[in-house]
Design a binder for this molecule. Structure first.
Ligand code: NAD
Length: 497
C-alpha cells in the first residue's frame, strides 16, 4: 500500500506518528493509500524548518521571489495532467472539472508573479516641511494553512503562493482525505528553486491542527473548511494571538426571477448544483423560484437531473462523479431521507443509483426537492452533495429576505433580464460574492474570495489584494534629515507644519 508522508525541509519526512489515515479512490471505493497523521512533534519540526528559512527568504528581493513563482507556474502547467489525475483519483470529481480547479489555483500563482508591484508601498514627500513619510508592507514570518477535501489543489493555492511571494514561509496541513496533490505541489516548488524549508506540508488531522494553534512561532493561520471547525480555529488562533482568516460552510441561493432566460437559469443551476457532486463551497443548493416561475423551473430541472451522466471522474462521458467517501455518501443520503420526513416533495430521487462495474463506488444520483420551507433542516444546513432544494416565494422582496436571513453568506446569484432587480439585489444582498446571470460567482485571482456572516470568520478574504494585506503587516516611516530644519525640543503633540 502506498504511504503518503510529510514534506519538510525539502524532502519526504516519515515523522513520529504511528497513526495513519486511509485514502480512497471514490470511483471504485477501494483504498489507494495510507497517509501519515502527524503529531505535534512533526508539526513543530516543520515550523522550526520554516522559521529557519524565513530570514533569508524574507530578505530576498521581491523580484527574485517572483522569478521562482514564474518557474513554479511553468512546472504546474507542465505537470497539469498528473496533478489533475491525482485530484480525480482521490476526490472523485470529473477530469475537466478537476483541471478547471487547478487552473483557478494556477491563476493565484500568476497573480503572485506580480508581487514586486504589490509590495511597492506608498510615499508622500513633504508630509510636513522637509519631512517625508512612506509605508511598506513586510512579511509576518511563519504562516500556516489548513484546507478542506473538496479542492485539494485550488484551496491550498489560494494561500501558500500569496504568503510565500510576500516573503513568508509556510506550513500546510491539507485534508487527510486527499493529501497527494499538496505533496506534489511542494516538490514542484522546490524544483522551481524555492529554498528548502520555505514550504512544508504536514499531513494529519485534529492533532496537527491543534499543534498549529499552540505553536507560538506560527503567526498567521488561513483556514478553509466547515463552519464549526472554522469557528474553533478562529477563536483559538485569536486566543493564541495569531492573525486568522477562517472560511466556513455555505448554503448558496440562486434566485430565479419570472422574467429570466429560463434555459440559461436551468443550465446554470445544473452545473452549479450537481457539478463536482455538489461538493463545492460555491455550489448552489437552493433555487428560489419567484412568482409563477416555479412549475416551469422544476419541470425543466427534473428532466435534466434524471438525465445526468454519472460515472467515474476519468470517464470522459461523466458529468458528475462520486462523493469523496462512503461516510459522506451516507450523510448526504440521510439528508435526503430527512427531507422526505420533513415534508418536502422529492421530485427526483437519486438514492437508489447504482453503476454497473462500480458497485462499491461512492455514487449518488442527483436529487431534487420542491416545496422546501425555510424552517426545514434540509434548507438550513449545508448538505454538500448533489441535492437541490427549490423554495417558492411570492416576489423579489421575499426572495431577498430569504437570502439575507440565512446564517451563511458565501455566494448567491440572480437570474433576471431586469437591470433594476439585478442592481437592487447585488446592492442589498448580505453575501460576499454575488452573480448576475452567473451561477458560480467565484472571483478571479486578482479580486479576492470570501463570504459574509458565518461563511467567514475574520477580516480579510483570500488571495488577490486581500491576500497581500493578510500576509503582510504595515509599517509607516516618517523621516527628517537634520541638514534641513533645526528645531528646539517640542513638548506638544507634533503636528506637521
Ligand atoms: P472540515 O471542516 O471537516 O475539514 C477542514 C480541515 O479541518 C481539514 O484539514 C481537517 O483535517 C481539519 N479538521 C477537521 N476536523 C477538525 C477538528 N475537529 N479540529 C481541528 N481540525 C479539524 O471540512 P471538509 O469536510 O474537509 O470540507 C468541506 C467543508 O469546507 C464544507 O463545509 C465547505 O463548504 C467548506 N469549504 C468552504 C470554502 C469557502 O471558501 N468558504 C471552500 C471550500 C470548502
Amino acid at each position: 500500500m502506498k504511504l503518503i508522508e510529510h514534506f519538510i525541509e525539502g524532502k519526504n519526512f516519515s515523522g513520529d506518528s504511528k497513526r495513519t489515515g486511509k485514502v480512497f479512490n471514490p470511483a471504485t471505493g477501494e483504498q489507494s493509500a495510507e497517509v501519515k497523521l502527524g503529531t505535534a512533534k512533526d508539526l513543530n519540526y516543520a515550523v522550526e524548518s520554516a522559521k529557519k528559512a524565513f530570514e533569508s527568504w524574507s530578505n530576498k528581493p521581491p523580484i527574485q521571489r517572483a522569478r521562482i513563482m514564474f518557474k513554479f507556474k511553468e512546472l504546474i502547467e507542465k505537470n497539469s495532467d498528473e496533478l489533475t489525475k491525482t485530484i480525480v483519483s482521490e476526490h472523485g470529481k470529473v477530469y475537466e472539472d478537476a483541471k478547471g480547479s487547478l487552473v483557478r489555483g494556477l491563476e493565484v500563482v500568476e497573480y503572485a508573479c506580480g508581487i514586486p508591484q504589490m509590495l511597492k508601498g506608498e510615499f508622500t514627500e513633504n508630509v510636513g516641511t522637509n519631512v517625508d513619510s512612506w509605508s511598506t508592507r513586510q512579511p509576518l514570518g511563519v504562516c500556516a494553512g489548513i484546507t478542506p477535501f473538496n479542492f485539494p489543489a485550488m484551496v491550498p493555492m489560494w494561500m501558500f503562493p500569496m504568503a510565500i511571494a510576500c516573503g513568508n514561509t509556510f506550513v500546510l496541513k491539507p485534508s487527510e482525505k486527499d493529501p497527494s496533490c499538496s505533496i506534489k505541489l511542494a516538490e514542484l516548488f522546490l524544483e522551481a528553486g524555492l529554498p528548502k524549508g520555505v514550504f512544508n506540508v504536514v499531513n494529519g488531522d485534529k492533532e496537527s491542527v491543534d499543534a498549529i494553534i499552540k505553536n507560538k512561532d506560527v503567526l498567521a493561520v488561513s483556514f478553509v473548511g466547515s463552519t464549526p471547525i472554522a469557528k474553533y480555529i478562529y477563536e483559538n488562533c485569536a486566543k493564541n494571538e495569531k492573525r486568522v482568516q477562517a472560511l466556513g460552510g455555505a448554503k448558496n441561493h440562486c434566485v430565479v426571477m419570472p422574467d429570466c432566460d429560463l434555459e440559461q437559469a436551468v443550465n446554470g443551476l445544473m452545473g452549479a448544483a450537481y457539478g463536482s457532486a455538489g461538493e463545492r463551497c460555491m455550489a448552489q443548493s437552493v433555487a428560489v423560484a419567484v412568482g409563477n416561475v416555479g412549475d416551469d423551473l422544476v419541470k425543466n430541472l427534473a428532466k435534466k437531473v434524471e438525465a445526468l451522466k454519472i460515472g467515474p471522474g476519468m470517464d470522459k462521458k461523466s458529468e458528475m462523479g462520486p462523493l469523496v467517501t462512503k461516510e459522506h455518501l451516507e450523510k448526504v443520503k440521510s439528508y435526503v431521507d430527512l427531507g422526505v420526513k420533513e415534508g418536502a416533495k422529492l421530485i427526483v430521487d437519486g438514492r437508489k443509483f447504482k453503476l454497473q462495474g462500480y458497485e462499491n463506488g461512492h455514487y449518488l444520483g442527483g436529487c431534487l426537492f420542491d416545496h422546501v420551507k425555510k424552517d426545514m433542516r434540509i434548507y438550513k444546513e449545508e448538505i454538500f452533495g448533489p441535492v437541490l432544494s427549490v423554495v417558492r416565494v411570492k416576489n423579489f422582496d421575499e426572495a431577498l429576505q430569504l437570502v439575507n436571513d440565512h446564517e451563511f453568506g458565501n455566494g448567491v446569484s440572480i437570474f433576471t433580464r431586469d437591470g433594476d432587480s439585478a442592481r437592487t439585489f447585488s446592492n442589498k444582498a448580505k453575501i460576499g460574492m454575488v452573480g448576475i446571470n452567473i451561477p458560480i460567482p467565484v472571483p478571479v485571482a486578482f479580486h479576492s474570495f470570501g463570504g459574509w456572516k458565518r461563511s467567514l470568520f475574520g477580516d480579510q478574504h483570500m488571495h488577490g489584494p486581500e491576500g497581500v494585506r493578510f500576509y503582510t503587516k504595515l509599517k509607516t516611516m516618517t523621516s527628517r534629515w537634520p541638514s534641513g530644519l533645526r528645531s528646539d525640543p517640542e513638548f506638544t503633540m507634533p503636528t506637521m507644519k
